[in-house]
Design a protein around this ligand. Structure first.
Ligand SMILES: [Zn+2]
Length: 125
């Protein structure tokens, strides 16, 4: 009966590997992407915080729902709050810079906390 017990052991091993694979979906790349840039509508300052499931999102220090997703204008070199989804589809020109009205806003700008896509090495004291 040694053949039976060997296949049984194999079954246990396979289901254990399946269990590990099912649990291990914390890959480092996804972790790095779990932050985004917001505009704090209370101060109009850009803030980097965890990606929220609903907006406006809670500010990390005040806890108030003042964070709106932000997009970057490469022309003004400034972050602007993104209009609510119902305005994006209704208002022509939404998604463009609110100042010069022609530059397309992008999610890919230098992050205000120095992390993210534009990697500058901050001179640490
Ligand atoms: Zn602009």
């Amino acid at each position: 009966m040694s053949a039976f017990s060997r296949s049984q052991r194999r079954f246990v091993l396979v289901s254990f590997i399946g269990f590990l694979a099912g649990c291990g979906d914390s890959d480092p790349d996804a972790k790095a992407l779990k932050k985004m840039v917001y505009i704090d509508t209370a101060t109009m300052q850009p803030v980097v915080h965890d990606i929220a499931v609903s907006f406006p999102a809670a500010h990390p220090t005040t806890g108030k729902l003042t964070l709106r997703p932000a997009l970057y204008c490469p022309n003004c070199q400034k972050w602007y709050p993104v209009p609510p989804p119902n305005e994006i589809t209704r208002v022509p020109g939404a998604g463009k810079c609110p100042k010069d009205k022609k530059t397309s806003l992008t999610a890919d700008g230098p992050w205000p906390d120095g992390s993210g896509s534009a990697t500058k090495s901050p001179g640490k004291p």
